[in-house]
Design a protein around this ligand. Structure first.
Ligand code: PLP
Length: 436
C-alpha cells in the first residue's frame, strides 16, 4: 500500500457526484469497477452531451446554411448558436472560431494556409505570412506530433528552418534558450499550452511577448488546456489556437481553430469547395469572410451542437473549479507516484509550476505496455506508448511511458486505487532489482 495522501478540504468539485452524469463509468472492466485515467487521450461524455447530439439528429437534422425549409433554418440556428457558445467558452467572439474536425486538422489548416500565402495565393494582406528560405519556425521539444509534423512539412516545402525550444530536466521550457532562439528570422512560434506528457502549463504570456517583439505569428495547441482550466484565448494574446472537442467532454470529429480577426482575415484558405464561396465561375472563385472561408464542405453539425453542450456542462461546474479539482488530483497523483520505488515521473514532480491532472512515468525494469496491461487487468485504464510525443520521450531517454490523466469526475479513490496497483507492478514482474 502507498502512504495515505491528505485531501484538500477546500475542494469545490464533488467528483463522486459528477460521476453519475457519465454513464460509461458505471461498469466493471475485468471484474473491477472502471477507473478511467485516460482523459488526456479522449474524454468521456456526460449524458447531456450524448442526449444533445441524439436530440438534434432525431428532431432537427438538416443541412445548414442552405435549404429554405424549417428544419434547415433550425439546424442553422443551433449550429451558429453552438459556435457562439464554444467561442464564448474560450473567451472569443463567434467570428473568431473556425470549426475543424479536430486539433490536427486545425493545425494543418494553419500550416497549409501559410504555404498558400508563400505561394502568393490570397489577398494582398496574405503576403505577411509568406515564408522565405532561411526564415525560422520555432516549436518546443514538448509538442504533440500534431503541432510538430505540420511545421516540419511546411519548413521542407518553403525552405524555412525549424528550430526548437528545449525542455529542462524538470519538464519546464528553457525560456532562456527561447529568448536566445526567437529573433528577427522567426516567423512562427508554435507551442503547446499544456504538455500532453508532462501536464505542465507553459508560460504563454512570455512566449507571446518574445514572438510579438519580432513580429512572429503565434500558434498555440490548446488541446490539453481548454478542457481543464479557464482559457481566455484573446487575453492570452495568441494569434491562433487549436483545440479538440473529444478531449473536452464533447464528441469526436469536431474541434476549433481560434484566430484573431486580422489574422483570420489575412490568411488564405486551405481547403476549398462548397459553402465557403461568394462567386464561382469556371475559372475562379471568391471567398466568404472568416470563419466560413475556412469551412469548405459539410461541417460537423451535430458534433458542434453537442460540443456546445459540453462547454455549457463545464461552464456549469466552473472552469476555475475544474482546474482546482484537477490540480489537486494531479498533486495526489504526482506525490503518490514519486513515493513508489522504481517509478520515475517524467519531469520533476516537485517543480513549482501550474499543472493539470496528468502525469507520465516509467517503471524500472517493466515495459510501459506491460504496466498498462497489468493495470487494465485491475479495471484501470491508462495510456501507454509515446503519446504522439516521440521527441519529448527521446529527450527523457525513453521510447514509451505510462500516462495517467484525470477529468472532472476523477476521485481521490480512483487515484489511490491506481497508486496501489502501480506499487505492485515491479514485484508482479520480478523487476525489484531494476533501476530507473
Ligand atoms: N495536441 C495535443 C496536445 C493532443 O493531446 C492531441 C490529442 O492527442 C492533439 C493535439 C490532436 O488532437 P485531435 O485528436 O483533435 O486531432
Amino acid at each position: 500500500m502507498s502512504a495515505p495522501i491528505a485531501s484538500d478540504p477546500a475542494r469545490v468539485v464533488d467528483a463522486a457526484a459528477l460521476r453519475a452524469d457519465f454513464p460509461i463509468l458505471d461498469q466493471s472492466v475485468n471484474g473491477e469497477s472502471l477507473v478511467y485515467l485516460d482523459s488526456g487521450a479522449t474524454s468521456q461524455k456526460p449524458q447531456v452531451v450524448l442526449d444533445t447530439e441524439i436530440d438534434f439528429l432525431t428532431r432537427a437534422n438538416s443541412a445548414v446554411h442552405r435549404g429554405a425549409h424549417t428544419l434547415a433554418a433550425e439546424a442553422t440556428e443551433l449550429f451558429e448558436d453552438a459556435r457562439e457558445t464554444v467561442a464564448g467558452f474560450v473567451g472569443a467572439e463567434p467570428e473568431n472560431l473556425v470549426w475543424a474536425s479536430g486539433a490536427t486538422l486545425a493545425l494543418n489548416l494553419v500550416a497549409y494556409a501559410i504555404d498558400n500565402a508563400t505561394a502568393g495565393r490570397g489577398a494582398p494582406a496574405s503576403a505577411r505570412f509568406a515564408l522565405r528560405a532561411g526564415d525560422e519556425i520555432v516549436v518546443t521539444e514538448a509538442e504533440h506530433h500534431a503541432n510538430l509534423i505540420p511545421w516540419q512539412e511546411l519548413a521542407a516545402r518553403t525552405g524555412a528552418v525549424l528550430r526548437h525550444i528545449p525542455v529542462r530536466d524538470d519538464g519546464t521550457l528553457d525560456m532562456d534558450a527561447a529568448a536566445a532562439l526567437i529573433g528577427e528570422r522567426t516567423k512562427v512560434v508554435a507551442f503547446t499550452h499544456v504538455s500532453n506528457v508532462l501536464g505542465i502549463v507553459n508560460p504563454v504570456a512570455d512566449l507571446v511577448a518574445l514572438a510579438r517583439a519580432v513580429g512572429a505569428l503565434t500558434v498555440m495547441d490548446a488541446c490539453q488546456s481548454v478542457p481543464h482550466l479557464a482559457v481566455d484565448l484573446p487575453a492570452l494574446g495568441v494569434d491562433l489556437a487549436a483545440f479538440s472537442g473529444h478531449k473536452m467532454l464533447g464528441p469526436y470529429g469536431v474541434g476549433g481553430l481560434y484566430g484573431r480577426t486580422e489574422v483570420l482575415e489575412a490568411l488564405p484558405p486551405f481547403l476549398t469547395g462548397g459553402s465557403m464561396v461568394t462567386t464561382v465561375t469556371l475559372d475562379e472563385a471568391g471567398f466568404l469572410p472568416a470563419p466560413q472561408k475556412f469551412e469548405a464542405g459539410t461541417q460537423p453539425v451535430s458534433q458542434a451542437i453537442a460540443l456546445a453542450a459540453a462547454a455549457r456542462y463545464l461552464d456549469g461546474i466552473g472552469t476555475d473549479a475544474v482546474h482546482a479539482h484537477e490540480r489537486e488530483i494531479g498533486r495526489r497523483l504526482l506525490t503518490g507516484l514519486d513515493a513508489i520505488d522504481g517509478v520515475r515521473v517524467l519531469g520533476d514532480p516537485g517543480a513549482d509550476v501550474d499543472r493539470v491532472g496528468l502525469a507520465s512515468f516509467d517503471v524500472a525494469g517493466v515495459h510501459a505496455h506491460d504496466v498498462g496491461q497489468f493495470l487494465d487487468a485491475r479495471g484501470i485504464a491508462v495510456r501507454v506508448g509515446h503519446h504522439c510525443a516521440k521527441p519529448l520521450h527521446a529527450r527523457f531517454g525513453l521510447t514509451a511511458s505510462v500516462r495517467a490523466s484525470a477529468s472532472v469526475f476523477t476521485t481521490d479513490d480512483d487515484i489511490d486505487r491506481f497508486l496501489d496497483a502501480v506499487a505492485g507492478v515491479r514485484s508482479y514482474f520480478g523487476a525489484e532489482g531494476a533501476t530507473a
